[in-house]
Design a protein around this ligand. Structure first.
Ligand SMILES: [Zn+2]
Length: 118
C-alpha cells in the first residue's frame, strides 16, 4: 500500500471517530476517550468479542463498529468496545445483560428442539 493510500484510510477512520464522538456529545453523553485512544482500540480489534466473526470490510455485517458496554455510562476507554456491525444492529441500545436475555428468549423459542431450517 502506498503512503498516500494508508494516509487516506487513516484520515477516513479519524473522521469517522470524530463524527461518532461528536454525535455522542450532541446527545448529551460524557466523553472521556480521545480520538487517538479510539483509533488504537479500533485498529487493535480483529475479532468481534460477541459473535467471534473476523472483522472485514468486504461485507457490511462484518465491519467494525463502536459500542458502549453500558449505555448509561460515559464514552471512555473502559466502556467502549469494537463489535461487528451485525451484533451492534441486533444489540442496539440493550445492555449486555438485556442482550443475553434477549438471546436466551430466542434460543428458548427457536433452540435445539425447533426446526430453524429455511
Ligand atoms: Zn459480532
Amino acid at each position: 500500500m502506498t503512503n498516500e493510500r494508508t494516509g487516506m484510510i487513516r484520515y477516513k477512520l479519524r473522521r469517522k471517530i470524530t463524527y461518532a464522538l461528536y454525535n455522542h456529545k450532541r446527545r448529551g453523553h460524557k466523553i472521556n476517550i480521545t480520538i487517538d485512544e479510539a483509533e488504537k482500540l479500533y485498529n487493535s480489534s480483529t475479532v468481534c468479542p460477541i459473535c467471534g466473526v473476523e472483522f472485514s470490510d468486504k461485507k457490511r455485517s462484518t465491519t467494525k463498529s463502536f459500542d458502549r458496554k453500558h449505555n448509561k455510562g460515559m464514552l471512555s476507554n473502559r466502556n467502549v468496545w469494537v463489535i461487528c456491525y451485525k451484533c451492534n444492529a441486533t444489540k442496539q441500545d440493550r445492555t449486555m445483560k438485556e442482550f443475553v436475555n434477549y438471546c436466551r428468549g430466542v434460543v428458548n423459542k427457536f433452540g435445539a428442539d425447533h426446526d430453524v431450517s429455511g
